[in-house]
Design a protein. Structure first.
Lengths: 226, 102
């Protein structure tokens, strides 16, 4: 673990710490939102340990709190987590060939660990960035959720303190630096399509609609190239 | 939400995650495909930001939340520290709601 941290430059290490701090706020809000909405304390804790994907956890709990069935919560979470498949492929190189590392590392494939990994070019730094982010976040996230659950009994209205704006704010701060000139158009188009689709599609699906932005712009640039 | 539901979601999620690491040595992913998948991740994350900032179910989330996220956007572009971005977003939304903006 020490060599992992030594491989990373100070800027990256500081960024990872800041992301952990920010996600601790989100994790605490997740725990608090869950129990202040009337769900049992074990539910947010189990979801955080076993699912370990903020978006899907919010989607699953949100569906149940909004009066949807447990099945709709599970489907929403799974649809949202389908994006982890290309994420897993994108960072597969850093998990090496040993089975324990591959099977354990797979559980740490989250938005943040992928975002930090794909920012690095050097193989050693990619590996260090992945493990440092994934492992730190797993510990911090689960402790924060537990803290939120304990504090949640005192919070009655999480919207009143703006906690619902924290989740998109965290993701925005993470994804913005990874947007390149190539992905800017697809990302904007995808976002517009996803928001438009949310008026008709069930929760969880609109996010996948954003991928259409990628297809359309890729096709256009192909035509322009030929 | 039962333990069964949690375990189904957990198993399915792990399934998605483990495909890449499992297939790595059996399938060579061409550089172009790898790039496409990385781009797809970026596009999906931006889509997640947009839908979670602007929508609540099938409806508009109201002005307070996107206003908070807009403040976050400005702060990120100005390279503000991470916790500042998140706290400012939540505070903006909270203050607007306190002033009666939903």
């Amino acid at each position: 673990m020490r060599s992992v941290w030594r491989t990373l430059d100070r800027r990256t290490t500081a960024d990872i710490a800041l992301v952990c701090a920010a996600d601790a706020l989100v994790g605490a809000s997740f725990g608090a939102i869950s129990v202040s909405g009337g769900l049992p304390a074990w539910l947010p804790v189990a979801l955080s340990l076993l699912v370990f994907a903020g978006g899907a956890q919010f989607a699953a709990v949100g569906a149940v709190l909004a009066g949807g069935s447990a099945a709709s919560g599970v489907v929403a979470g799974l649809v949202l987590n389908a994006r982890l498949l290309p994420f897993g492929v994108a960072v597969a190189d850093v998990l090496g060939s040993r089975w324990p590392a591959r099977l354990l590392g797979a559980h740490l494939v989250v938005d943040e660990s992928v975002a930090f990994t794909i920012r690095q070019d050097d193989p050693d730094r990619r590996r260090a960035a992945f493990w440092a982010t994934g492992a730190s976040l797993f510990v911090v996230w689960n402790l924060a959720v537990l803290g939120g659950v304990l504090a949640g009994r005192f919070l009655r209205d999480t919207d009143a303190i703006g906690l619902d704006a924290a989740f998109p704010a965290v993701l925005l701060a993470l994804v913005l630096p990874t947007i390149t000139e190539r992905t800017r158009g697809p990302a904007v188009l995808g976002a517009v399509l996803a928001v438009a689709a949310s008026t008709v599609l069930p929760p969880g699906l609109p996010v996948l609609v954003s991928l259409l932005g990628l297809a359309l712009v890729a096709r256009r640039s192909k035509v322009a190239a030929s | 939400m039962s333990w069964t539901a949690v375990l189904v979601l957990a198993a399915g999620t792990y399934g998605f995650r483990v495909v890449g690491p499992l297939l790595r040595h059996r399938v060579a992913v061409p550089a172009r495909v790898q790039q496409l998948l990385t781009d797809a991740a970026t596009v999906l994350l931006v889509g997640l930001v947009a839908t979670s900032a602007l929508t609540e179910g099938h409806d508009f989330a109201g002005w307070a939340r996107p206003a908070g996220v807009l403040v976050a956007l400005v702060l990120v572009l100005r390279r503000a520290p991470f916790p500042v971005v998140v706290v400012a977003a939540a505070a903006t939304t909270a203050v607007l709601r306190l002033l009666g903006v939903s």
